[in-house]
Design a protein around this ligand. Structure first.
Ligand SMILES: NC(=O)c1ccc[n+]([C@@H]2O[C@H](COP(=O)([O-])OP(=O)(O)OC[C@H]3O[C@@H](n4cnc5c(N)ncnc54)[C@H](OP(=O)(O)O)[C@@H]3O)[C@@H](O)[C@H]2O)c1
Length: 279
């Protein structure tokens, strides 16, 4: 089988991150192309990565096996309108990374009946550490599913969901989640400065501590709760901190924040959010 041609509609942050990841994983530059209205953005991509580029969205779509829609949700409908004839003729796999637009909406924008994979990536994809949730509609073949998965595995881990509504929870967890991590880094830095460290050293230590904890949790067979207990000795410093978090309602606050993001996802999509824990 020849390697599929993958074209990106939209050449911004997410498209660039995925292109970089694909090339690092051995995808060939002549297998990848991108289009957007801004020639300067395209020049950078063709210079840095040697991929084909065009300001005409249909130029590469006409020969693509996979079309990745990487534009902002608010311009998706008009962008798709310009692609209808080409994709209806060619019938490539469509992958959308736009937040909040359903696979049904994307399919409808493109004239209907197409294989569509809807993806919720996150910004650490820019450094190869993404966490991506994916949903495939009924038209997607097993081979297309594997192709879609290989693309996002190039920039991190992938989880599939059989119920598209679960992508709202993915958005609230891993889509928005990098911001929760940054918030915690800031709070730790601030706290350490109040204990006498300078801000630069405090930030470096906070970042590495969270990165190290995440790596240890990923590589250990033990659940995070047990890893936490192993840092806490009775009567020690960690125990004091954890007891303080607990007394302040940390876990309940995290649950409330994630549920707020989850409910907002339903609202933005025009759906009614279910009761938490009710599905
Ligand atoms: N879960 C997450 O954390 C997450 C993160 C990032 C992105 N996303 C999703 O990924 C998508 C892209 O986000 P991004 O951060 O990469 O945005 P971005 O950097 O603003 O990129 C959007 C790209 O779309 C291009 N564009 C605009 N109008 C176009 C048109 N008519 N035809 C072709 N291209 C057009 C823009 O080109 P110009 O610059 O020339 O206008 C730009 O290259 C969004 O839908 C977003 O919801 C999700």
């Amino acid at each position: 089988m020849t390697a599929p041609h993958i074209t990106f509609i939209g050449a911004g942050n997410m498209a660039s991150a995925i292109i970089k990841g694909l090339l690092a994983k051995g995808f060939a530059a002549d297998q990848i192309s991108a289009s957007c209205p801004e020639p300067a953005q395209l020049d950078t991509l063709s210079r840095e990565y040697g991929i084909g580029t065009s300001t005409d969205n249909t130029a590469f779509t006409a020969q693509a096996d996979i079309v990745i829609l990487a534009v902002k949700p608010q311009v998706m409908a008009p962008v798709c309108e310009g692609l209808v004839d080409t994709v209806q003729q060619r019938r490539p796999l469509i992958i959308s990374i736009a937040a909040g637009l359903s696979s049904g909406q994307i399919d409808q924008f493109l004239g209907g009946g197409l294989p569509v994979v809807r993806v919720m990536p996150n910004t650490p994809a820019q450094v190869g550490c993404g966490a991506t949730g994916m949903f495939a509609n009924a038209q997607v073949s097993p081979e297309q599913r594997s192709q879609a998965e290989a693309i996002f595995r190039a920039v991190g881990i992938v989880e599939w969901f059989e119920d598209e509504q679960q992508l709202h929870a993915v958005t609230a967890l891993s889509g928005s989640g990098p911001a929760y991590g940054f918030l915690f880094i800031e709070a730790l830095e601030d706290a350490a400065v109040s204990c006498g460290l300078n801000a630069d050293q405090a930030r470096r230590l906070a970042i590495q501590t969270l990165a190290g904890a995440a790596k240890l949790a990923a590589e250990s067979d033990l659940p995070p709760g047990e890893l936490k207990r192993r840092v806490m000795s009775p009567g020690g410093t960690t125990e004091q901190a954890i007891r303080t978090f607990e007394a302040g309602g940390f876990e309940a606050l995290v649950r409330k924040a994630v549920q707020a993001a989850w409910r907002r996802g339903f609202e933005l999509a025009g759906d009614v959010p279910p009761e938490p824990g009710a599905q």
